[in-house]
Write a protein that binds this ligand. Structure first.
Ligand code: C5P
Length: 231
């Protein structure tokens, strides 16, 4: 089966060597990988380089957050690698600094709105303003777009609301928390299927454990691609 760019496989395996093994196992059937913080502290940047040399697309999930100048410098450093997507927290100052740092490279800046692991109580403790989370997520997405973000990371439950924003025209929505029917939801609380996520306005879905933990990762990939092909 041909690769489908809409599927991004999260390489959340313990180290770069295992990451490379999985990439080799999936071969031409997967074209896009996400490297997260866990992998970054264990050779993830070198792995990202290897992947781009293999012709793969790479999403670096770094969720940067710092003062503007530091974010700009960090992103300018990363922009030398041939990365497709980079995440930063969706505060407008951070987004603007990241967009300045990537300059005229093609690296897309994706904003994290509110981490899906947080509930209203967590937001209260962090002194984040009152109101229901979905409204805050949508407003943060809107502000991130206005600050120049190329897209946002959203839970599939938020994708449709964000897609409906006028500011979201031409912007990317990338959704984790996706599970094909009949697979384990792990610790994801609000999951949806690949087809529903795309139909709700996501451009890409990120899937990790249902693939890398599967006994046969290639079959797991094919199951998802078959669902996507039928949309
Ligand atoms: O294994 P699973 O498919 O749940 O992996 C989803 C990936 O997306 C993980 O790398 C996880 O860190 C990431 N992610 C997430 N929810 C967010 C942001 C990122 O699940 N809100």
């Amino acid at each position: 089966m041909q690769a489908d760019d809409r599927l991004i496989v999260a390489l959340d395996v313990p180290n770069a060597l295992e990451g490379l093994r999985l990439v080799e196992k999936l071969g031409d059937e997967v074209s896009f990988y996400k490297i997260g913080l866990g992998m970054l502290t264990g050779g993830g940047l070198a792995l990202a380089n290897e992947l781009t040399e293999m012709g793969k697309r790479v999403f670096l999930d770094m969720k940067l957050f710092d003062i503007g100048q530091t974010v700009e410098n960090a992103v300018a450093g990363l922009a030398q690698f041939d990365l497709d997507f980079l995440t930063v927290h969706g505060d407008p100052n951070v987004v603007r600094a990241a967009v300045a740092g990537r300059g005229d490279t093609g690296m897309k800046i994706l904003a994290v709105t509110i981490l899906t692991s947080l509930d209203r109580n967590d937001l209260d403790v962090a002194m984040i303003r009152d109101g229901e989370i979905q409204g805050i997520v949508t407003e943060r997405a809107r502000l991130a777009f206005l600050a120049g973000a190329d897209g946002v990371i959203a839970s599939p439950q938020e994708a449709a609301m964000i897609r409906a924003l006028p500011e979201a025209t031409g912007k990317l929505i990338v959704t984790p928390g996706v599970r094909p029917a009949g697979t384990n939801t792990d610790d994801q609380k609000r999951v949806t299927s690949p087809a529903v996520a795309i139909n709700d306005g996501a451009d890409h879905i990120v899937v990790g454990r249902p693939i890398w933990r599967a006994e046969d990762p290639l079959s797991a990939v094919r199951l998802i691609k078959t669902e996507l092909a039928a949309i």
